[in-house]
Design a protein around this ligand. Structure first.
Ligand code: PLP
Length: 223
C-alpha cells in the first residue's frame, strides 16, 4: 500500500487553519480509507454512487461522505439517506431532486454549486452566467431541504500556474459576488471547494476552504 499515513500527514501539514481536507478515495479499497481514518481523517469523497454505497455500508458510520462527481438525478435517492455533502450540483433539476429526496428522508442536505471556468471542454458545471441566472430565477429559495453552502470548481489540468491561479481567482470573485448578492446573511454559505493533488497549494493561496485530494494521499488510481 502507498504510505497513506505519512502522505496524509504531509498534506495536512501544508493546509492552513480553516482549510478542510476531503480525502478523495474513489477507486481505492477500504483498507486505504481505514488507514486514513486511523489517522483521524473523517471526510472522504467519492464520485460513483455504487462504489460509495458499498463503502458506506462497510466503513465506520462517523465518516462524512462527500459526493464529488457528476450525479444523475436517478441516483440521488440512493445517497440521500446518508450523504453529508453533494459538491457538484450544476442544474436546478438536480437541486430539486436532491431537495425532494432529502425531504423524504427528513433531512437537509448540504450542497455546493459547481462552476465551470476551465477552458477544457467538459459537460459539467455552471458557467458564471448560468450560475447567475439560476440564482436570479429564485426557484431554489423554495427548496427547504437543501442548503447551498458555497461553490466548487476544478481548474484546467495544465502546467501553466498562472492560468490555474487566474481560474481560482475568477472562482473566488464569483463566490464574493454570489455571497453578497444572495447569501449575505447566511453564515453557512462559506465554502470554496477548489484544489486537487496537482494544484492544491495554489488553491489554498487563492482562498480555498476545502481541498479535494486523492492521488497525493492514496497513490495512483487503478481503474
Ligand atoms: C478525482 C477527483 C479529485 C481528486 O483528484 P487527485 O488529482 O487524485 O487529487 C478531486 N476532485 C474531483 C471532482 C475529482 O473527481
Amino acid at each position: 500500500m502507498y504510505d497513506v499515513k505519512s502522505n496524509l500527514k504531509q498534506v495536512l501539514a501544508n493546509l492552513p487553519e480553516g482549510v478542510r481536507l476531503v480525502a478523495i478515495s474513489k477507486y481505492h479499497p477500504n483498507e486505504y480509507i481505514e488507514a486514513a481514518y486511523a489517522e483521524g481523517q473523517r471526510i472522504f469523497g467519492e464520485s460513483h454512487e455504487q462504489e460509495l454505497r458499498g463503502k458506506h455500508a462497510t466503513l465506520p458510520k462517523d465518516i462524512e461522505w462527500h459526493f464529488i462527481g457528476h450525479l444523475q438525478t436517478n441516483k440521488v435517492k440512493y445517497i440521500a439517506p446518508y450523504v453529508t455533502m453533494i459538491e457538484a450540483v450544476d442544474s436546478l433539476k438536480l437541486l430539486k431532486e436532491i431537495d425532494r429526496q432529502a425531504a423524504k428522508n427528513e433531512r437537509v442536505i448540504d450542497v455546493l454549486l459547481e462552476l465551470h471556468i476551465a477552458e477544457e471542454e467538459t459537460k459539467y458545471g455552471l458557467t458564471p452566467d448560468a450560475l447567475r441566472s439560476l440564482l436570479a430565477d429564485g426557484e431554489w429559495r423554495e427548496l427547504k431541504h437543501v442548503r447551498i453552502c458555497g461553490l466548487m470548481m476544478m481548474a484546467s489540468y495544465v502546467d501553466d500556474e498562472q492560468q490555474i491561479r487566474s481560474e481560482f481567482q475568477i472562482a473566488h470573485s464569483l463566490f464574493d459576488e454570489v455571497k453578497a448578492g444572495w447569501f449575505a446573511d447566511c453564515d453557512y454559505f462559506c465554502e470554496r471547494s477548489w484544489g486537487m493533488s496537482h494544484d492544491y497549494l495554489l488553491a489554498v493561496e487563492e482562498g480555498s476552504t476545502m481541498v479535494r485530494i486523492g492521488t497525493t494521499i492514496f497513490g495512483p488510481r487503478v481503474y
